[in-house]
Design a protein around this ligand. Structure first.
Ligand code: MN
Length: 284
C-alpha cells in the first residue's frame, strides 16, 4: 500500500491467484525478508492501482493453523455465564484451534448457518500473522517472528458443543483488509479495537488490557507447536460480544491496522441434528 494506491507485486511474489492449494501468500511471507529490496524498488517506481477498483481477498488463505486465545480480557470473562475461577482464562487455560477453512476476506459476506434457536456472536479481535518458523520461543524472542497484524473476527455459535465446531463454519474467521507489518505499528501493546453492528458500537478495548499479552501468546503457542510463516493467532475478544443476524453489517476497526465492513447473510447450508442434541438432553 502507498496511500490509496496498491503496488502490484503479484509477479515478484510469484503468487498465482488461481493456484490450489492457495499457499502463495504463505510462501511469500516466508521469503519476505529476501524480497524486501525488490518490493521497495517496485514502490519507488510509483506505479499503483487504485484501491477502490480492487477486490481484496483474505490476506492469508491457507495457513498451517489458526491459534486462538479464549477468555483473554477480564471484562469479557465476567460477561460470560461460565463460572469464573482463577484458572478459567487464557493464562491458565491456553489456546484452541479454529478450522483454517473458516477464513474469509474483507469483500466476502459472513454467512450464518441455519441453526434454529441458537445465537451466533461476533468476537472482535486483533490477528497476529507469523513470519518465521519457530519453536520454543522466549518472550523476548517473540516479537521477532511477527510478520504483521490484521483485523480478525472470531464468529461463534454460543452453546456447550465442542468449541472448535462452534467456531469453524465457513466465513467464521474474516481477516483483513490487509496485513500491516510491525514497522508501521508504533506499539502493539496499545492498539485500540472497535466493533460496530449496523453502525452501533458494541465492542471497544485496547490490547493493553490483554490478560496474556502478545509476547506470551507467541511463547505459549511455540512451546506446543512449531509456528510456521502465515500462521494466525486470534488474540481474544473484549466485552460486548452479541448476536448477529442476516442483513446486519459488521464493522471492525483497529488503530494503525485498518477497517473492514462485512455484510451478514443467511446461508442455506449448515443445519445438522448435532445442534439439537443438547436441547433434547435438557428435555429428557
Ligand atoms: Mn475469540
Amino acid at each position: 500500500m502507498d496511500g490509496d494506491g496498491v503496488i502490484d507485486i503479484t509477479d515478484l511474489a510469484a503468487v498465482d491467484p488461481s493456484q490450489w492449494p492457495p499457499v502463495g501468500m504463505v510462501q511469500f511471507i516466508a521469503r519476505f525478508g529476501d524480497l524486501l529490496p525488490e518490493v521497495e524498488a517496485r514502490r519507488l517506481q510509483g506505479v499503483t492501482l487504485p484501491l477502490s477498483q480492487l477486490r481484496l481477498e483474505a490476506p492469508v488463505r491457507w495457513p498451517n493453523k489458526i491459534i486462538a486465545f479464549p477468555a483473554n480480557y477480564h471484562e469479557h470473562i465476567s460477561e460470560m455465564r461460565e463460572n469464573v475461577i482463577s484458572q478459567a482464562n487464557a493464562k491458565g487455560q491456553g489456546f484452541f484451534l479454529k478450522a483454517n477453512s473458516s477464513i474469509s476476506g474483507p469483500a466476502d459476506p459472513v454467512v450464518l448457518p441455519p441453526v434454529e434457536g441458537r445465537e451466533i456472536h461476533h468476537e472482535c479481535e486483533l490477528g497476529i500473522v507469523i513470519g518465521q518458523r519457530a519453536r520454543g520461543l522466549s518472550r523476548n524472542k517473540a516479537r521477532g517472528v511477527i510478520f504483521g497484524f490484521t483485523c480478525l473476527l472470531d464468529m461463534v455459535i454460543r452453546g456447550r458443543e465442542e468449541r472448535v465446531m462452534r467456531k469453524s463454519y465457513d466465513t467464521f474467521c474474516p481477516i483483513g483488509p490487509w496485513i500491516v507489518t510491525p514497522d508501521d505499528v508504533p506499539d502493539m501493546n496499545d492498539l485500540t479495537m472497535r466493533l460496530w453492528v449496523n453502525g452501533e458500537q458494541r465492542q471497544s478495548a485496547s490490547t493493553r488490557d490483554l490478560i496474556v499479552d502478545i509476547p506470551e501468546m507467541i511463547a505459549m503457542s511455540s512451546a506446543v507447536c512449531t509456528l510456521e510463516p502465515g500462521d494466525i493467532i486470534a488474540t481474544g475478544t473484549p466485552a460486548g460480544v452479541g448476536p448477529v443476524r442476516p442483513g446486519d453489517t459488521l464493522s471492525i476497526e483497529i488503530s494503525h491496522i485498518g477497517r473492514m465492513d462485512l455484510r451478514v447473510e443467511a446461508g442455506a447450508v449448515g443445519a445438522h441434528p448435532v445442534w439439537n442434541a443438547l436441547k433434547i438432553a435438557t428435555l429428557s
